[in-house]
Ligand binder design. Structure first.
Ligand code: BDR
Ligand code: CA
Length: 317
């Protein structure tokens, strides 16, 4: 039995962030050692509240939750995506209020502390705008030397965007931060819409969560209800894309089937391509070729049954 991987999670909790959190708590191969929050789906303060409430319901008040950036690198917080995630970010479900306050450290301070405590082993999973990561790299340029790997949900290589024609929401909300994360000298697995839009959860799978007798697991099933309505127009039936949960599952051991190491740059202009991730896939169709010296791999396909893996792990947790 190998040691579980220590993971710092950076998130904008968020319906699919909540599902990812449930998976990370349940996975035997992951030790969630800290959570930082950022504005995105909702404000950083609301993401902090949701995370504290979810962890309390899961009986995991031992995990520190540190509030991160409210505003992004070159612009203020945009007001959230309530039409996707509900007014409170978690599908309108009212969780019991946790009496716990956020950690006294900022998300940047928590991440840097954890990078020392778990030097060489810490895995960073970011599933919101990458603002905190950019601030952390700025505050401590030696951070990548102590981080084993970064997994980031964001971007779109060949798929269309989901917030503009070209851009995915996490990158669009802070393109400069995504660019800083991709430019740093560490191993990054970028999990874009190309992969996440291809993995969905069925109504039967959602109901298995909602019917569970544990209040935390059941709450995750109910939180997904609003999200399933949002995705009806996209897929033609009630379901949801598994953006953040897929990124978490890749940290937990699901192996992507196509994930070439290629240069990825971010459009940080104010033009129509703002927030686009430009992956250099020239000449690649079937067999994928890694570019020499590139430390970013971009996940194009995952063949595994992701929803089953997520549900089975959460229910067994
Ligand atoms: C990403 O944007 C957010 O709305 C989701 O939580 C996910 O992290 C998908 O584009
Ligand atoms: Ca998210």
């Amino acid at each position: 039995m190998t040691e579980p991987t220590p993971v710092y999670l950076d998130c904008d909790t968020g319906v699919d962030d909540a599902v990812a959190l449930a998976y990370l708590l349940a996975s035997p191969s992951i030790d969630l050692v800290g959570v930082g929050t950022v504005s995105g789906n909702i404000s950083a303060a609301e993401a902090t509240r949701n995370t504290l409430d979810l962890l309390a319901l899961a009986g995991r008040d031992d995990i520190p939750v540190a509030q991160g950036a409210h505003d992004h690198l070159d612009h203020p917080y945009g007001g959230g995506a309530q039409w996707v995630h509900g007014e409170n970010g978690i599908g309108g479900v009212e969780l019991p209020r946790s009496p716990r306050a956020a950690d006294s450290r900022t998300a940047v301070e928590l991440l840097i502390d954890l990078s020392h405590a778990y030097a060489g082993r810490l895995h960073v999973l970011t599933i919101g705008p990458m603002t905190n990561l950019a601030h952390a790299l700025d505050a401590d340029p030696t951070l990548p030397e102590r981080v084993a790997a970064v997994t980031a949900m964001g971007g779109a290589a060949l798929a269309p965007g989901n917030i503009t024609a070209a851009a995915e929401a996490n990158v669009y909300n802070d393109p400069q931060a995504a660019a800083a994360l991709l430019a740093a000298d560490w191993d990054v697995t970028l999990v874009p819409l190309d992969a996440t839009m291809e993995h969905t959860m069925s109504e039967q799978q959602r109901e298995r969560l909602a019917a569970d007798e544990r209040p935390f697991v059941s709450a995750i099933g109910h939180i997904l209800d609003h999200y399933f309505d949002f995705y009806r127009d996209t897929y033609g039936h009630r379901t949801c894309a598994l953006h953040d949960p897929l990124a978490a599952a890749i940290v937990g051991g699901i192996t992507p089937s196509r994930a070439p190491r290629v240069p990825v740059t971010v459009d940080v202009t104010d033009g129509p391509g703002r927030g686009q991730t430009i992956a250099d896939l020239r000449g690649q169709r079937v067999a994928m070729r890694d570019h020499d010296g590139v430390r970013t791999r971009i996940v194009l396909d995952v063949d595994a049954g992701v929803a089953d893996h997520l549900i089975d792990t959460i229910l067994a947790g």
